[in-house]
Write a protein that binds this ligand. Sequence first.
Ligand code: DCP
Ligand code: MG
Length: 649
Amino acid sequence: MEGVDKEKVQKVIYEMSKGSKYFENEQRKEALTKQKIEHLRAQCATLTDNDLSHFQKVAERKMLELEASRDLSKIWLHTDMDAFYAAVETLEDPSLKGKPLAVGSMSMITTASYEARKFGVRAAMPGFIGCKLCPGLVFVRPNFERYTHYSELTRKVFQSYDPSFIATSLDEAYLNITSVCIERSITGEEVATELRAAIHQETGLTCSVGVAPNRMIAKVCSDINKPNGQFILPNDREAVLTFVYTLPIRKIGGIGKVTEQKLRQVLGISTCQEMLQKAAFLCALFSECSAGGTETPKQRQRKSIGCERTFIATDDSSLLFEKLANLAENLMDDLQKEGLKGKTLTLKLKTADFEVRTRAVTTRGYINSKEDILIYATKLLKAEMPLSLRLMGLRMSQLHDEKDDSSTSTQKTIDIFFRSSNSNLNVNGTNVQSITNISGQDNGPISVTTEDGYLVPDSGTGASTDQQDFFVHDESIFIPEQRNLVNYNNEAVLSNPVIGDGLGGAKIDDVTHTAKVMNSEKLDDVGQFISHEATASSGKPGQQLWIDGYICSICGFELPPGFEEERQEHSDFHFAESLQQEETVDSKRPICSERLAEKQCSTTPSPKKKLAEKQCSTTTPSPKKKLKSSKGGKHIPIDAFFAKCKKNL
Ligand code: DCP
Ligand code: MG
């Protein structure tokens, strides 16, 4: 956004999106952020000098531990393709070269060419706003097959430098180049230059590279000389410290818009150095894990399994129960296929007004049969009725692998459960409620948690009980500032009602199973998602879940677990697509500005070209295209970087 008139961009965004559902959703998110900020401020105000000196010691101890574990022996390289989707489209259609280009639709842009970025057009921006900012903006529909193809070509190159490279999305990867540097007696800088040239040679595309002693910093470095550039941070403690101190906190992976706002508005923190200065407050207010780990998806284990269904909003209860039964069956299939049982069942509901509610129940024993799932799910749903819904989902967490303990007998536990009597719940806290009387039947020792979108969450740590059987699991307790942590581990179990969701609204009635990965999807001519499952997935367009917490089930886009806000932005893209479809068919609710923008815009491809593109997408694109050499890329050396930073501070 350098050199962009940010004020003008903000004004246009506001004027153009006012009144749309997207805008309403953004407002809800903002309101929730404000509430969280207020809550944090209140928490902050309760901290005494004693608390702070305690947390200061905790922070210092932690810093000492980290210092002791500082490892400067490795050389990590992070690579990130430049304007990836847009660059691929330009490679496929050279007439787009030099034009301001947006990949996406009137609803949402996935990325923009650097020419378009000069006008303030960027990823996760609705297309009609992009048109207003940049009247000549050219649109191309995303073609995920193409991006996957080019991504695979880049991965072949990565392989030759680090066979265990970590790809975190289609266009990004981390390579440990320590061995290559030693074996070939070359520097990290030389590897970076060579690798960029090899990528260009193989794909015709440019990328930017960062080299540093660890992955997190390497990622920051790859962004410094973008596009088509590289930045090398030497394996030297002083250089690393100076570099990190100057960084704005937003540069740290996992610190997105919301966290940045919180840190700035509550604690006045803008740079990493200020983070260190306020370490006691950070320790007091934030959980350790939300400070940003570098754990990779590979190391994670499945925490939950589930499915959800989007449909045309209905208040017909028999229809809703029918859908619930289908969901229970699908959940049973997925659990049994993986040999899993679970203890906590979460029902997710999205009302016709896009309010998201989650209701969770924890059973005494592990369950995975349709009958058992349906008993609990029905009770949870009944308690919410009457209501009009557009989405329902069921998710099982607290999983147990049957292979680990064959003695667990679910049915027996359920029998005991229903035979038990007079087991009343005794719970405090507004986010926990009993369903004992829902059907006039005694439900025995279970815990139930509820959570609504748009509401200020209760900050109390939840529940107490005098009942030994009763169990309120940690992830059900809504402590706003530990939200990152909760979502990190239990992505879809208790997705944040507003921020963590943002899906649905599509017209297609089917089920997506999280256990099944849809490898690629693409938009057809009318903007419907057509699935091209590589596996026998019954997943269909219109819903989105993050498979294993980081792979988009709609397009296969990967974003690592810590990148919660980035994932949210990506979800918003699909969400806006579905809203767009809805608003297009609903003539009573047109978005005037969008229509206006559509008229103003030159949108490619033409019908003829679309056909050609369709044909093209089924054939393998030629990897080697003539493009400007990557050798002439940007190289601001480290000294110049520090000089520039000092000026900006
Ligand atoms: N993407 C998306 N939704 C987003 C952001 C990105 O679908 N909210 C897609 C389109 C991008 C690709 O992922 O081309 C890679 O994302 P990057 O953030 O790396 O952005 P670009 O590669 O487009 O640009 P840059 O040169 O800044 O890396
Ligand atoms: Mg990129």
